[in-house]
Design a binder for this molecule. Sequence first.
Ligand code: GDP
Length: 195
Amino acid sequence: LFAGEVTFLKGVVAMSGLPAADRVEVCFAGRSNVGKSSLINALTGRKGLARASNTPGRTQEINYFALGAQGYLVDLPGYGFANAPVAVVAKWQALLKSYLAGRATLRRAFMLIDARHGVKPVDAEIMDLLDRAAVTFQVVMTKADKMSAEGLEKTLAQTRAALARHPAAYPEIVLTSAEKGIGLPTLRAIIAGLD
Ligand code: GDP
């Protein structure tokens, strides 16, 4: 993966809209405001490719990006909106569940966790879904630049403890900062190694 150009393919609102499962894909999930758009933009070197997802109206869309002709990068809608209507949350969770349980070509889910906040109950719920769907997930810590080394150690320890409860968790945590460019080559290499 990651050999070719990254281009936006489509926004999907229902399982029927998913592109044919004919190539490997990785997905990015995280609470709204975790820094998912910033990370995807930094990772792909394309400013503005992934739009900030902090408007409730966009919470139900799964955005597909083509990684050359070999794979898909999937930007899942941010979850955990404080003020999202219950019906919106229910619809989005149903789509997320169907996607995570039914996508045979999904190689890995990257779970974005804010370095300042660690794993929240709503993150653990998504991790439970991934466990049940037997989709390997890997934690990507975002906004590492906002924390001291000591603060980072605390979040890492809390996250490792949380991951120990999830059989589908990949043990290695990737520390990143979209702003400072930390961890991007590592993450690119991990994705490149998945094909
Ligand atoms: P999304 O809702 O998960 O897509 O989050 P965004 O990418 O829109 O980022 C949410 C906020 O966090 C914005 O104000 C970003 O500028 C900020 N942010 C994102 N990544 C970083 C980072 O690596 N470092 C810092 N300091 N701020 C970041």
